[in-house]
Design a protein around this ligand. Structure first.
Ligand SMILES: CC(C)(COP(=O)(O)OP(=O)(O)OC[C@H]1O[C@@H](n2cnc3c(N)ncnc32)[C@H](O)[C@@H]1OP(=O)(O)O)[C@@H](O)C(=O)NCCC(=O)NCCS
Length: 182
């Protein structure tokens, strides 16, 4: 299994392990997504599919035996230079350790990500932590964090969903990929 060491741990006494998720991580990712309180909940099946079919473009962070965070993502065939970050979740008691930032950087540092020049994602305008996370990614990787569109409220059923701004971070370029600052 793909394991990566943690390189943005700073003074963090408990090093995290970052690795590719497998189908067996699906239930724990679902439980963590639920525990965050801030994510749209997908079915348990969807999180199994993240492990089974999106492992190479997704990552989990473990603190000992516990799942501390996960990122689900994929690269659409029509945009092979772009990693779409679907969900980022960090356990409430693990926040403030830069785990989300460290997961993003560890994911983008994988050799198979060398062709990735952009990250795209969506964030709701009220999610300050998420906006800070992706602006921070531009600082670490180079490039800009631009809003390139949105999924408006009317696309969602009912009237209870805020719009989702589409962000694009990059371009990272070869130098950016080599020069990730941690
Ligand atoms: C968003 C989330 C993943 C961030 O996880 P985290 O590990 O605490 O994030 P980091 O420690 O890497 O911090 C990233 C940036 O966000 C900032 N930040 C973190 N929490 C914040 C908050 N509540 N309000 C404002 N900024 C915040 C940090 O200061 C940091 O910015 P900086 O680099 O400019 O200092 C986490 O809060 C979470 O799981 N939230 C619920 C789910 C969610 O909303 N996910 C994102 C949408 S997919």
């Amino acid at each position: 299994m793909h394991e990566q060491t943690d390189s943005l741990s700073g003074g963090d006494e408990e090093p995290l392990t970052f690795r590719q998720p497998a189908v067996e991580d699906g239930a724990a990712m679902w439980a963590l997504a639920k525990a965050t309180g801030g994510l749209d909940m997908n079915s348990p099946y969807a999180y199994l599919m993240v492990g089974a079919y999106m492992g190479k473009t997704s990552i989990v962070a473990e603190d000992g035996d516990h799942l501390a965070g996960f990122i689900s993502g994929f690269a659409a065939p029509e945009k092979p230079d772009t990693l779409f970050v679907w969900q980022v979740g960090v356990a409430p008691d693990q926040r403030g350790r830069k785990i989300a930032t460290r997961m993003l950087l560890a994911l983008l540092r994988r050799p198979e990500m060398s062709g990735i020049r952009f990250v795209e994602t969506t964030v709701t305008p009220s999610n300050a932590a998420s906006l800070a996370l992706f602006n921070g990614l531009a600082r670490h990787m180079g490039g800009q964090c631009d809003t390139i569109g949105q999924f408006g409220r009317t696309l969602f059923p009912g009237d209870g969903h805020e719009e989702e701004l589409v962000l694009r971070i990059g371009p990272f370029g070869a130098a950016g990929h080599q020069g990730v600052s941690t």
